[in-house]
Ligand binder design. Structure first.
Ligand SMILES: Nc1ncnc2c1ncn2[C@@H]1O[C@H](COP(=O)(O)OP(=O)(O)OP(=O)(O)O)[C@@H](O)[C@H]1O
Length: 785
């Protein structure tokens, strides 16, 4: 009997029940291979005293081609059970088989396209449109284009979805849940696992959703496990499992439950069972019969369904067989799935596959199902191109639809490089230095003159003219006043000339080796410095010395003496590498380039799949068959292009805009930088695999910034560190690379130099080590495929 609501065909529950009776009446073991079979399932969260079982000896049996309504109060463990069924969690003990195999095993094909999962969380990308969402999953499942198109139209009508170009984030909660539901239905899986699909859906639509589920089970033999808070809507299920505190109180058809308890509503039945359950302490995990009194255990149920005793024994031997870990050796169902073609009408997948039969039982109950589309072998390659393409495309959309992210990726490195060049390494200017020149005495006519001749006249004034403009000379009347200005921070230092400086200087020149100590003291220029700022102190000291050298040599020249005569016999010749006046910026530039790309890599990747994991998107994708290695690879592909852009921008900024010279091969310099970007990205991925929250990832990446920066010799030579700390410094991922890049930039060295190739080799070793650790962590956390 069929009805129609808004043009959608509604199949009445009565027809559905009729069909179930029919299928159950076939007394073949093949027919009873359950879609889901669970025995004595135990699952705890956490460990130690605080942990209590969420699943507590649960038994469950779901026949193929039926709808199973899983009901229970909030927190009773429904979602946990479903996540174990889809292979995202493992039981602590007990047995669970889906289509005859343990979920998560390769043979089961779950996770994978056999199952359609609608989690409780939305688990969708908000920046996708509805159409893009469904196309995305279409690519993940490798569905044919015409099938995808047809399904999109069909499900849009069935679920009354908003226009396909609406972004998911702009939809109402109810609309979003319907899109989520559509995703679960989209590829027409054999097993549908739906966690509260009808929340926020109006009654009319709920009705058509249920009718669609009924039709899926009746017409297409699909199995549906559905949780719902609307207990009465579960009347349309073939069987209901009433769950409480991690156990099933009963597992029966709605009609039987109502009949057995003589009640008119399932809510009342549930209430009655709960009241009974309060007086019961389950011993070895509550069985259906001991909990409810009236409900049947699986053996009884088997008898009701007309199964032979042999078959029932086989079902009962499930635990024994599985405990030995030899599914194929024992009497338990041994399904061997091989690839089959599955198209709309015949198969919707693009996978190359073949139809085959599957041995379901050994011994007297052996039976085969030929030409069954269920018997597929989902061997998982390391990655599949269609899933990888879907993931890469998704990542690009995420980047380019998110303005903040785009700016972060491409403008931030540019801004950082610009800020670096504008702020670091430049000579300080406007440094106030006090001058106390006791030689000058206007009352006695002793004033500064500006002669350049060979004349011992007011040499103090002559010397001061050689001091760079970076120093602002502030005259003071006397030394006490000037020193006071120094103490109060008005000047960085005080230069003092004695009363007869020029005279004493001349005497010292003439006396040479026989100059007296008194003469030496009177002829010197005394300087008091504020050394609280080391860099400024160093600059002023250097400029004062430099000024004296220039003054002295010029004076000697004006007197036609050899300029070097009488000056300290030290001469810094042309440097082997670089110039005499090499800017600090040039020293810092290679290190800063590495720093920028490294930490951009870390920041970009450290949060990549954390939000997806938090929102349940990652889980949903993995239930769809996506493997963690594919997710990692897709991020590597995406970050790769971002890294190319970032490295190019940083180099353009450094070399072209701020004219930092690169004396070696530019290609080599870019290669070393690029590798460091890769190291940063790998470290970021590791953070993402370890952390469960974005804030945790942010804290780790931020916390690593300062120690890494300081210890890698970015701004201070490693030679200045203590002996043991140097080992730590050299074990950091950036240290050798910075040295290597400096060698290329400033020395112009090439690959033949050990200092260069060691940096490259160590970067590559770091990349492999970090990525391998990622995979290990993901496997340990059960996120790997
Ligand atoms: N990852 C986790 N770590 C620790 N405890 C958890 C975790 N997930 C669930 N739990 C706890 O396990 C219990 C069962 O949770 P579950 O989500 O399976 O219940 P539920 O029946 O689906 O509830 P609801 O109907 O509200 O969704 C709850 O007490 C919950 O707090």
């Amino acid at each position: 009997m069929t009805n129609s609501t808004e043009g959608i065909e509604i199949v009445s529950p009565s027809r559905h029940v009729e069909s179930e009776t029919h299928s159950n009446s076939i007394g073949s073991c093949a027919r009873i291979v359950p879609a889901v079979l669970i025995r004595n399932a135990i699952k705890r969260y956490g460990s130690g005293k605080r942990s209590s079982p969420v699943l507590d000896g649960l038994h469950m049996n779901v026949k193929q081609g039926t709808i199973y309504g899983l009901l229970g109060a909030s927190g009773c463990g429904k979602t946990t059970l479903l996540s174990c069924l889809v292979g995202r969690r493992r039981l602590d003990s007990g047995n669970m088989l889906v289509f005859g195999h343990e979920p998560g095993s390769e043979e089961s094909g779950i996770p994978g396209p056999r199952v359609g999962y609608m989690p409780q969380d939305l688990a969708l990308h908000g920046y996708f449109t509805i159409k893009e969402t469904l196309y995305y999953f279409g690519r993940i499942y490798n569905l044919k284009a015409d099938f995808v198109h047809a399904q999109l139209e069909f499900l849009s009508k069935l679920l009354d979805l908003p226009p396909g170009d609406r972004y998911v984030k702009t939809l109402s909660g109810g609309q979003q849940r319907r899109v989520s539901f559509a995703v679960a239905l989209f590829h027409e899986p054999e097993l549908l696992i739906l966690d509260e699909p009808t929340v926020g859906v109006d009654p009319l639509l709920r009705h058509s959703i249920w009718n669609h589920l009924v039709r899926q089970s009746v017409d297409h033999g699909r199995t549906v496990i559905v949780t719902t808070h609307y207990i009465e809507e579960a009347r349309q299920a073939n069987k209901i499992g009433l769950m409480r505190s991690g156990r099933l109180l009963t597992e029966e058809s709605p009609e039987n439950l109502l009949r057995m308890y003589g009640l008119s509503s399932l809510e009342d039945v549930f209430l009655k069972l709960c009241v009974k359950d309060n007086g019961i302490t389950p011993s070895d995990g509550a069985t259906i019969s001991n909990a409810a009194g009236h409900a049947l255990d699986q053996t009884q149920e088997g008898r009701r369904n007309g199964l032979s005793d042999d078959c029932i024994q086989q079902l009962e031997s499930f635990e024994i067989c599985n405990d030995h870990g030899h599914q194929s050796a024992g009497p338990f169902p041994v399904a061997s799935f091989k690839n089959v073609v599955h198209k709309p009408g015949t198969s919707s997948m693009n996978d190359t596959s073949e139809t085959s039969s599957a041995v379901l039982f050994t011994g007297s109950c052996s039976s085969t199902i030929s030409s069954s589309s269920r018997n597929r072998n989902f061997t998982r390659p390391l990655f599949s191109s269609h899933r990888l393409i879907a993931l890469v495309r998704k990542n690009y959309l995420h980047t380019f639809r998110n303005v903040g992210m785009f700016v972060f990726i491409y403008l931030l490195p540019l801004i950082q490089a610009t800020v670096f060049n504008l702020t670091l390494g430049h000579e300080p200017t406007g440094l106030m230095v006090g001058i106390v020149n006791d030689e000058v005495d206007p009352s006695e006519g002793l004033l500064c003159n500006y002669t350049t001749a060979c004349s011992y006249s007011m040499l103090s004034c002559r010397y001061l003219r050689y001091i760079r403009d970076n120093i602002v000379q502030v005259p003071y009347e006397n030394l006490t006043e000037a020193l006071e200005a120094g103490r109060s921070g008005e000047v960085w230092g005080v230069i003092h000339f004695g009363h007869n400086f020029t005279e004493e200087f001349e005497k010292r020149q003439v006396d040479g080796d026989s100059a007296t100590l008194e003469n030496i003291i009177r002829s010197r220029i005394s300087i008091n410095m504020d050394s609280s700022n080391h860099l400024i102190y160093t600059y002023i000291e250097r400029w004062i010395l430099e000024a004296f050298e220039n003054f002295f040599k010029d004076f000697m020249r004006s007197c036609e003496h050899e300029p070097e005569a009488g000056y300290i016999p030290l001469e810094f010749m042309e440097p082997v590498y670089g110039q005499k006046e090499t800017q600090f910026t040039e020293f810092m530039a290679p290190a800063f380039t590495v720093l920028i790309v490294y930490f951009m890599g870390v920041s970009l990747t450290s949060g990549v799949f954390i939000s997806e994991r938090q929102q349940g998107i990652l889980d949903r994708c993995m239930v769809a068959g996506v493997q963690m290695t594919e997710i990692l690879m897709s991020h590597l592909v995406n970050q790769f292009t971002a890294m190319i852009g970032q490295t190019a921008l940083v180099f353009i900024c450094m070399l072209l805009i701020f004219n930092i010279p690169c004396h070696g091969s530019l290609t080599l310099a870019i290669f070393i930088t690029f590798l460091q970007s890769f190291v940063g990205m790998s470290f970021g991925l590791l953070i993402a695999t370890v952390c469960d929250s974005e804030i945790g990832a942010l804290l780790i990446s931020q916390a690593s910034f300062l120690p890494f920066t300081v210890i890698c010799g970015v701004s201070w030579p490693i030679e200045g560190m203590s002996f043991y700390l140097r080992f730590v410094a050299y074990s950091m991922p950036m240290t050798y690379a910075i040295e290597s890049l400096r060698c290329v930039f400033t020395r112009g060295w090439g690959m033949e130099q050990p200092d260069v190739y060691v940096g490259i080799i160590i970067s590559i070793v770091w990349i492999f080590a970090l990525l391998a650790t990622c995979v290990i962590v993901l496997r340990a956390r059960k996120y790997a495929g």
